[in-house]
Design a protein around this ligand. Structure first.
Ligand SMILES: [Zn+2]
Length: 364
């Protein structure tokens, strides 16, 4: 399989985002470009690309490495497109699941300790729209002063829970047809907090990716530091040896030189650390507010005669429920627990043994 990372990975992602395709051919990838893109970039509509110089030479593929003008132009075109707007997705044409089937699926998706999910009323599940923010960003990684990478990152963030959608769910939404009708009125000030969450999520992904890239780039830092230490240790050793046997006036001079060598070593070690300090920079280029058609199911979580209301939403284009937060402590994807007083989750309801008790758990 081709290693889809660095400049090559970025470029292949970019081809896909522009309506192209690519096929993995082991050491090469065959990119199939839309006609206009191929013309713009003066490429054949089917172009073999690789990140391996030997493969490029022997098998006649285009060598796409960092700094290649095609990669730079792809990055520029992404940023200048500044792709923003509201996108309403179409519900699937198939008949949506009925109330009974949805209830069964809800019980399967959200098991409740000490309780059970029941429908609240006889009204059928209502059609509604759930909002999801899609944020795409270009990430520039600088692993050392000599190693730079560009990659794309994307996050789909649910506006209600501010939780990122699982990749599989995001992929399904990305492939869902758009509804050409007008978007609904929406107050954009509600986006701010979600945008911050989306940025934090992308930053977390980028940080994890940067650590991998830095590890793959080898221990250049350690090697260069070791070389510098060795060089200065030898220089200092020689100065000290000469100082021991030198006459008094010459000794002071040698000691002063040793001192300045130690200072120079400290400066050099800082320089080397700086050279290998990895960083990344996030440049957003896409912001879509997706309106996802859902079936809203109003349920009660019941424990005996007690009933706690809960709203669940079935994402129609994906065929699954939206993720939940605990209604009490906001933990993500909670295992719900119906207590005698409220609806919580394993995380907030579990009671610890009393400090002077006999180690048994309090009943809730
Ligand atoms: Zn909780």
């Amino acid at each position: 399989m081709i290693r889809k990372e660095g400049a090559l990975g970025f470029w292949l992602d970019w081809v896909e985002h522009n309506g192209g395709l690519w096929e993995d051919d082991g050491e090469r990838a065959f990119a199939v470009l839309p006609e206009t893109l191929a013309q713009d970039f003066e490429l054949a509509e089917e172009t073999a690309v690789t990140a391996d110089p030997d493969v490029a030479r022997e098998e006649g593929a285009l060598l796409l490495i960092t700094g290649h003008p095609l990669v730079t132009r792809a990055a520029e075109s992404l940023l200048s497109a500044g792709d923003t707007g509201t996108v309403t997705l179409s519900p699937p044409r198939s008949v949506p699941p009925g109330a009974q089937l949805l209830l069964a699926k809800a019980r399967e998706a959200f098991p409740v300790d000490h309780g059970r999910i029941d429908t609240r009323t006889d009204t059928p599940p209502l059609r509604a729209l759930r909002r999801v923010l899609r944020v795409g960003a270009l990430i520039g990684y600088e692993i050392s002063t000599e190693e730079h990478f560009q990659e794309q990152a994307e996050v789909y963030l649910d506006l209600t829970t501010r939780l990122p959608l699982p990749q599989r769910t995001a992929d399904r939404l990305a492939g869902t047809a758009r509804d050409p009708g007008p978007a609904q009125e929406f107050d954009p000030s509600a986006l701010e907090a979600a945008l911050i969450c989306a940025h934090q999520h992308i930053d977390k992904l980028a940080t994890a990716r940067r650590l991998i890239l830095a590890a793959q780039s080898g221990n250049g830092l350690e090697q260069e530091t070791a070389r510098a230490r060795e060089y200065y240790a030898a220089a200092l050793d020689s100065l000290e040896r000469r100082a021991r046997t030198a006459p008094q006036d010459r000794r002071a001079l040698l000691e002063a030189r040793a001192q300045s060598t130690r200072e120079e070593q400290a400066r050099r070690l800082i320089e080397i650390t700086e050279k290998f300090r990895a960083r990344h920079e996030i440049t957003p280029y896409r912001l879509h507010l997706l309106e996802v058609p859902v079936l809203r199911l109003e349920v009660d979580v019941s424990r005996g005669a007690r009933r706690y209301p809960l709203t669940l939403e079935w994402l129609l284009p994906v065929g699954e429920f939206a993720r939940l937060r605990c209604p009490t402590c906001t933990t993500d994807d909670p295992t719900l627990v119906a207590t005698k007083t409220h609806l919580g989750c394993e995380h907030c309801v579990t009671t610890k043994a009393p400090p002077h008790g006999h180690g048994h758990q309090t009943r809730y």
